[in-house]
Design a protein around this ligand. Structure first.
Ligand code: GLP
Length: 244
């Protein structure tokens, strides 16, 4: 069987349905396994997804009390309490709205001197809990997943990375005049691929070019997300514009 044939599942739907479908699947996974280990992502695409997921909690369908989470990445050189940190994004969009326990939230600390030690700690922690059951991913316009920029090795693990010019430009909007981080700590591609299941979400026309490359182009380091076609259990949910 070719890699392309193994490629599991693509769902193209209306923009507002992307978040709803993803939240429904994740909520069902939490219901089935209340001690699930989730890998979580940040970015605009995730805002509506978390909003929908919180609805399942508010309705009493799921609880996060035993759920463990690992976020993909964090800016390097930024205090986690900073407004622009991914940790703050997660607090605002999910953690503060559900009954997750602080001790079950795992995050890379971008405010450490010894980043190598921090990255090792994170990898070990993921292994210690038995690995990630379900990883949620967005995609950068250049094909990055987490902050694995084009050129990242498929065998990379959690590490410090330099953000590409194009990513820094996209991020500039969030940092409005403040210094834009040039580095980040991110799970590696190997770390991401080791999750049992992965769901990638993409919305909007600006993602169309990279989604086409991811799905139909070569599996190459130049398009990090293309490696997902090698994953044993991947679901890609996109809207019509991203699928054009
Ligand atoms: C950041 C995150 C990625 C995310 C990407 C896309 O770069 N590190 O994990 O996939 O943003 O963000 P958006 O959904 O805003 O396009």
């Amino acid at each position: 069987m070719s890699v392309e044939e193994q490629f599991t599942f693509l769902e193209v739907t209306k923009a507002e349905e992307v978040a709803k479908l993803a939240a429904k699947i994740v909520a069902n996974n939490i219901k089935e396994n209340p001690k699930i280990v989730l890998g979580l992502a940040t970015g605009n695409t995730m805002i509506s997804f978390y909003r929908e997921l919180v609805k399942y909690y508010k309705k009493g369908f799921i609880s996060f009390s035993r759920v463990k989470t690992f976020n993909l990445d964090e800016y390097y050189g930024l205090d986690s309490k900073s407004k622009t940190s991914f940790r703050n994004f997660m607090n605002k969009n999910l953690f503060d709205k559900v009954d997750i326990k602080e001790k079950n939230i795992n995050f890379l600390d971008g405010d450490v001197k010894n980043f190598e030690k921090e990255c090792k700690r994170y990898e070990n922690k993921i292994k210690e809990v038995g690995g990630i059951n379900l990883q949620i991913l967005g995609i950068g316009v250049n094909g990055h997943i987490g902050f694995n920029e084009p050129g990242s090795s498929f065998t990379s693990v959690t590490r410090k990375v330099k953000l590409s010019q194009s990513t820094q430009k996209v991020n500039a909007k969030e940092f409005r005049g403040k210094e834009i981080p040039k580095y980040a700590l991110t799970m590696g591609i190997k770390t991401i691929l080791s999750a049992n299941k992965t769901i990638l979400l993409a919305i909007g026309g600006e993602k169309a070019r990279i989604i086409k490359k991811t799905l139909e182009g070569k599996i190459t380091k130049k398009v990090p997300a293309s490696v997902l076609r090698k994953h044993k259990n991947i679901l890609i949910i996109i809207d019509c514009k991203a699928g054009e």
